[in-house]
Design a binder for this molecule. Structure first.
Ligand SMILES: [Zn+2]
Length: 190
């Protein structure tokens, strides 16, 4: 699959999901046996851990389709970056979708600048560049920050990883920022 075909396949699956016309593909015992031979996922989804945004459900995909990295607020640290590199380098995945979503709790916490306990600040600090970038913008602050955070994270993945930037330059992978609306169930590229 090319990057374009991968993006089209994801969006077509999301349209089925949003319209309640799911096909629930590749989820049978036959497919479970088939993927014993190996995996050939067509997309990485870097998404939020939020329980309302499960990748296979919202894109109507099945076993072996999606390579998923989820962290609260879809932030990227070295381990998350390594997971994405593994998919791009070792599995030749042609698309990385960086998926934010509406009403994100991690983004809301970062925007509120309330003191958070434990290791949570490691996470919210990675959302700060997006908060600074949209400061003073019109519209819903959490939505603005989340969409900008997806764009900045997509740029960061490329900038921080020679493995990925080489693949981007070679045209074998695309990094695409996107946004999921909890209310409509629709994903849009941002
Ligand atoms: Zn979230």
């Amino acid at each position: 699959m090319t990057s374009e075909q991968a993006l089209e396949t994801l969006m077509a699956g999301n349209l089925r999901y949003a319209a309640l016309r799911q096909e629930y593909p590749r989820q049978s015992s036959y497919h479970r046996a088939q993927v014993l031979e190996g995996q050939n996922p067509f997309a990485v989804i870097l998404g939020c851990s939020d329980s309302r945004v499960p990748s296979e459900l919202i894109f109507d995909q099945g076993l072996g389709d999606l390579f998923i990295v989820r962290t609260a607020g879809h932030v990227v640290d070295d381990i998350a970056l390594a997971s994405i590199e593994f998919a791009v380098h070792s599995l030749n995945v042609p698309l990385v979708l960086v998926l934010g979503h509406s009403q994100c709790g991690a983004v809301t916490a970062a925007v509120s600048s309330k003191r958070m306990p434990g290791a949570i600040p490691h996470l919210t600090v990675r959302i700060q560049p997006a908060i600074a970038a949209v400061s003073g913008a019109e519209g819903d602050a959490v939505t603005n920050v989340t969409q900008t955070h997806s764009r900045l994270t997509a740029a960061y993945i490329t900038a921080a990883s020679p493995v990925i930037s080489q693949a981007v330059e070679a045209g074998t992978v695309r990094i695409v920022p996107a946004f999921y609306d909890l209310e409509t169930g629709r994903v849009t590229v941002v």
